[in-house]
Design a protein around this ligand. Sequence first.
Ligand code: KG4
Ligand code: ZN
Length: 405
Amino acid sequence: MKILAIESSCDETAAAVIENGSTILSNVINSQVEIHAQYGGVVPEVAARSHIEVIIPVIEQALNDAHCSWSDIDAIAVTKGPGLIGSLLIGVLTAKTLATTKNKPLIGVNHIYAHGFAAFLTDNSPQFPCLALTVSGGHTTLSLYQEDLSREVLGETLDDAAGEAFDKVAKLLGLPYPGGPAIGKVAESGDANAYRFPVAKLGKDSLDFSFSGLKTAVLRQVQEITGFNPASSFSGLTRGSRKENINKESLDPQSGIIKNNPVEDDGEIIVRGNPRAPIKQSSQPSEMVSKSISSALPKTYQLDEHIVADIAASFQKAVVTALVTNTQKAWLRHNPKSLVVGGGVACNTELRSQMHRVLPEAIFVPPVLCTDNAAMIGALAFQMAQNDMYIMPNELVADSSLEDI
Ligand code: KG4
Ligand code: ZN
C-alpha cells in the first residue's frame, strides 16, 4: 500500500510517499527555518503564506522522487492537528481537494501521535503496548499506545514544552533559532555541573513535566551575571505550545499583527502574529511583523562564551534528567514491549546517551525524522488504514488543539 502523506502544521511544508508503513519512497521537506530565524521564532501568518506557495511543488517532488504517478497512490494522509490553524488549513484543504479529484481514500492524522510512529520507519519496528516519549517544540508527552492505536496519556508538560524551553533559553543566551541544536552544540564544550538548575518534582506518582521554573532559574542566573534584566529575551515567536497564545488587547484586528509592547508574564513575553486573521487582509506582513517585534527586543548584553557554554550544558542536563527520570518511571510502572522517543528534541545527543544508559531498549527516531516531516504522517496513516480509520473529505477539519487520534 502506497500512501502520499502531507504535513504543514507549523513551519515545514512536507510530503512523502510511504510503502506499507515502513519504507520511505520519498521524503521532501521545505523548511521555513531561515525565513523565521530573523524573528527568533515562527510567525504564524508568514508560515501560512509560505505553505501556500510551495505545497503543490513539494507534493509533485515527492511523487517524482518516489517514481509514482497518481495511479500508484492508494491513499492520501494529512496532518489535521494540532498546529497553527493557518498552516494546518493549507495542508488539509490541499489533501481534501486531491482526495476528491483523484478519487483516493483520505486519512486525517494527529501530528503528535505521528512523531512516535516515525519509529516504524526504522529497522527496529516497535511492538505494542508501546511507550512513547514525544518531545517537540510544542509538546512533551509520555503516552502508552495499544495495537488498536488507543492512547493513554501518562504524563505531559504543565507549562512549556521541552523544545520551547530550549528555544527560549537559547534566545536568552544570544544563540540562534531553533535553540535546541544551538544549545546542544555549545553545551559540548560546557560544564554541566557549573550551575545547579532545578528539575521540577511534581510528586512521586506524577509523570508530568514542568520547565517554566527551570527557564526562570536560567533567567535569574543571567540577570545575576549581567546585572541586566533580559526578560524580554523570552519574547517571541518560539514554536510555543501550538496553542494560539496571544494577548488579544495588543492585536490589530485588521492585520492580526501585534501593535503594542506585549505583556510580560513570568518573565515571558508573548508576541505572535494572529494565525486566525484572514490572510488576504494584511498588507506588507513582514514589514509590520518586524516592526512589532523590534519594539519588544531587549537592550543588548554580552555573555562570555564560556559562561554561555556552561549555562547551556547545565540547562540541558536539567531537561534531560527530567525526561529520562519520568520515562524510566513509566517504563517500570507499565511494563510495555517497546519504548520510542521522537520529536525535534529527540535529536539531542545528550538525551540519547542518557536515555540509552538507563533504558538501552529505547528506539530513537533517526534525527532526520525527528523534526517535522511527512514520512511520520505516512507511517501512522498506514497503521490507521489497517484499522480502517478513513474519513470522508467533507468531514475532515483542521483542529489546532487536536488531542484524539
Ligand atoms: O518536532 P519539531 O520539529 O516541531 C514541533 O512539532 O514542534 O521540534 C522542534 C523543536 C524545536 O524547539 C527545536 O529547538 C528542538 O525541537 N530541537 C532540539 C534539537 N533539535 C531540534 N532540541 C534539543 N536538541 C536538539 N538537538
Ligand atoms: Zn512536530
